[in-house]
Write a protein that binds this ligand. Structure first.
Ligand code: ARG
Length: 459
């Protein structure tokens, strides 16, 4: 018979039970469920709501259940409706009536709200840790490539010269914001729903500050209806995770392109790429493709949560049981992506010569050539037009701005002289971009320092 048997005359239909039950996915919260129950039992004992001795007995047995689950001595009963019913049922099976006292002044509604918060909090700490690691690798790589010239793109057309370090540090900024977003959400979600009970709190004289402190929350939540039905944090976290995936999908897309023979900017380590079952020459960037693909899946989790919560009347509704698979899936996938991407990134070879070659071919110093004329007194718009004609001339004659001769230049403007080559030198073009945020090695080095400080504080 099920736990609520008193009111019912029939046992539950198997199909109802299978449909209703969540143990197959909420069993992973066993540790949080037991931790929450231990805090609750401690408080019940200390507040004399149950006998201290019985509270101790409950706590001891909950600890035994935890270690039995972890050692494999105890298996989950997949016929239980959920992890909460399973743990409470097992406790009662072991210590009888004392076990039945644990659920005093509590409901599964505040219990599940608590467990999911505890679980999410731990997972997010881990994701923050992985993001720190990733930023660390970006910084390491940047330090090796302050002077590695590559074309910067807009519209995926070669635009202006940048350095590989400058490129890596752009991602360091994105992942830094991701960490800040998660930490911000963690702060907001760190309130304790336990004590909200089913929806309307309790008449027992519970101490919600005590459980909050035992469980590492900043405070108890201030409204019991909100306490059992708030899933904002799950949505905020999954939204932050979606943004992480969006960032990962951008660098992944670049890696997919860069590993192609058309670009050939990188060589992936053999250990982090895959072959084809039919084409012997293939070396595929599967990891980054999969990350790109998984970004869609995590966005899907976010939409699931938003839609699941939309229009739900207060307070708890069974719809909310659907929150777990979505947020678990988002956290699992972000973790897997980071976990695999970090070593893949760290082992990638960046083919500097090919980057430089591409940089040289794209007329990416055209803006600098225009600036050269401006420095010699010409208005920018006029200079812009002249350089445009020179670029067209270069394309027609298979020449770049470095290989066009001075006499050829002079046909377009008398202002040109030998010093044009020095002016349009790619390294000079990069070195001169010293304004904050620019690609000059000096500027990027300063940025690296800022990020290193951030990492020290964030770890
Ligand atoms: N398994 C449920 C969930 O995940 C636990 C809470 C159920 N509460 C209830 N009154 N049916 O949401």
């Amino acid at each position: 018979m099920v736990m609520w048997a008193g009111r019912f005359k029939k046992d539950i239909d198997k199909r109802t039970n299978d449909f209703n039950s969540s143990i197959r996915f909420d069993k992973r919260m066993y540790k949080q469920d037991i931790t929450g129950s231990i805090a609750h039992a401690t408080m019940l004992g200390k507040c004399n709501i149950i006998d201290e001795e019985e509270s101790k007995k409950i706590i001891t047995e909950l600890k035994n259940i935890l270690s039995d689950l972890e050692s494999g001595k105890l298996d989950f009963d997949m016929n239980s409706e959920d992890i909460h019913m399973f743990i409470e049922g097992e406790l009662t099976r072991r210590i009888g009536d004392t076990g039945k006292r644990l659920h005093t002044a509590r409901s599964r509604n505040d219990q599940v709200a608590l467990d999911l918060r505890l679980y999410t909090r731990e997972e997010i700490e881990e994701i923050i840790h992985l993001l720190n690691e990733l930023i660390g690798e970006l910084v390491n790589m940047a330090e090796k490539h302050y002077e590695t010239i590559m074309p910067g793109y807009t519209h995926l057309q070669r635009a202006q010269p940048i350095t590989l370090a400058h490129y890596f540090m752009a991602y360091a900024e994105m992942f830094k914001r991701d960490i800040l977003r998660l930490k911000d959400a963690l702060k907001r979600m760190n309130v304790n729903p336990l004590g909200s009970c089913a929806l309307a709190g309790t008449t027992y004289n519970i101490d919600r500050y005590m459980t909050s402190e035992l469980l590492g929350f900043d405070s108890p939540c201030l409204n019991s209806l909100d306490g059992v039905s708030d899933r904002d944090y799950a949505i905020e976290i999954t939204s932050a995770l979606s943004i992480i995936m969006m960032h990962m999908s951008r660098i992944s897309e670049e890696f997919v392109m860069w590993s192609s023979h058309e670009f050939k900017f990188i060589e992936l380590d053999d250990a982090f790429s895959t072959g084809s079952s039919i084409m012997p020459q293939k070396k595929n960037p599967d990891i980054t493709e999969l990350i790109r693909g998984k970004s869609g899946r995590v966005y899907g989790d976010l939409i699931s949560l938003l839609t699941m919560m939309k229009s739900l009347p207060l307070a708890y509704d069974k719809d909310m049981q659907e929150d777990k698979e979505a947020i678990f899936d988002a956290m699992d996938n972000v973790k897997m992506c980071l976990y695999t991407f970090i070593p893949m990134f760290a082992s990638t070879t960046f083919l500097k010569d090919n980057m430089l070659k591409a940089a040289k071919k794209g007329f990416i110093n055209a803006t600098d050539a225009a600036d050269y004329l401006v420095k010699k007194g010409m208005p920018f718009r006029t200079a812009y037009k002249i350089i445009g004609s020179i670029v067209a001339y270069g394309i027609d004659n298979d020449k770049t701005l470095d290989t066009i001769t001075v006499s050829e230049y002079k046909k377009f403007s008398e202002l040109f002289d030998e010093d044009i080559y020095e002016y349009i030198d790619l390294l000079k073009a990069v070195n001169d971009r010293t304004a904050i945020g620019g690609p000059s090695p000096e500027t990027v080095k300063k940025h690296v320092q800022v990020i290193k400080e951030f990492l020290k504080e964030s770890n």
